[in-house]
Design a protein around this ligand. Structure first.
Ligand code: FPP
Length: 270
């Protein structure tokens, strides 16, 4: 391909040979040594996507959103990211109409079963954060089985936030630490940030380096409140069902243009 030297291509995922020319051009602009380890995504805009197409049923938007979930997950695995966390269902989403909740649960269940070959083929391990015990029995069963099947995979961790709220997660962690202290298993004087982080649902995962929100809203919406302390935030007007591989690559390119300082000053030039 024009402008892409063989050395640039050496780290490329094998699958990139079947990507479009435009996607490969975006890929050529990425530096493999500066990829984020963990990308977290607030998948927003499914309802607006359906409405823009004159579809009266918002659920059509969620259905289309599943295709984005598949493409972004597979692409993240092929780019060898460590973790991808998707905000699939929030605590607040239980307040939506029952019909929409049921449709989302059915889509999730179908996804968890149908995507098993894709997850296995791409060495992806499924995990969850939130309170999956809140989900209906068939969704829980599909989740447990897919988690079990993929537990030995060593590539991307696909982390689905299900019945998740950031404040709820922090409160559950605080309660767990308080119980441990009460039972004499933990000295309260030894609780620091690391101990607190280890009590969160995301224990063991790197913190998100990049938080993507689709559909243009500049809000965090109770997502990963502790974990995004130093994340770079990327808001795109693109609606989630239109957020595909090219849009992910654009977000990664934008991320790589940023200078992350973690409250420090930039390295002095020598
Ligand atoms: C926000 O769009 C999206 C959701 C509430 C759910 C996201 C769910 C999916 C993409 C499908 C299921 C997920 C998986 C992982 C299988 P919205 O309905 O708030 O859109 P709007 O703001 O335009 O109304």
């Amino acid at each position: 391909m024009a402008g892409v030297s063989p050395s640039q291509q050496s780290w490329w995922p094998e699958a990139a040979s079947s990507w479009s020319a435009a996607e490969r051009e975006l890929l050529a602009r990425l530096r493999p040594d500066r990829l984020p380890a963990h990308v977290a995504v607030i998948m927003d805009g499914n309802g607006r996507w359906a409405r823009q197409r004159g579809l009266l049923d918002r659920i059509r938007g969620h259905e289309a959103g599943i295709d984005s979930v598949r493409e972004i997950t597979t692409s993240a695995a092929q780019l060898r990211l460590r973790a991808l966390t998707l905000y699939a269902f929030s605590k607040e989403n239980w307040r939506r109409p029952a019909r929409e909740i049921n449709a989302l649960m059915a889509l999730l269940t179908r996804f968890l079963v149908a995507e098993r070959p894709e997850l296995m083929g791409n060495n992806i391990r499924l995990q969850t954060i939130g309170v999956p015990a809140d989900l209906p029995a068939d969704a829980r069963a599909a989740l447990d089985e897919t988690r079990r099947l993929t537990a030995g995979n060593s590539g991307l961790i696909l982390n689905l936030a299900l019945s998740y709220g950031g404040r709820d997660e922090i409160v559950r962690a605080a309660a767990a630490l308080a119980r441990a202290a009460r039972d004499g298993r933990l000295d309260p004087d030894r609780i620091g940030e690391a101990e607190f982080a280890a009590a969160l649902d995301t224990a063991g995962l790197p913190e998100p380096d990049l938080l993507v929100r689709t559909s243009g809203e500049n809000r965090v919406s109770n997502f990963l409140l502790w974990q995004i302390a130093y994340a770079e935030i990327y808001v795109t007007p693109v609606l989630w069902p239109d957020f595909r591989r090219a849009q992910l690559l654009e977000a990664l390119i934008d991320y790589q243009r940023r200078e992350r300082r973690y409250g420090m000053v930039a390295e002095p030039a020598h």
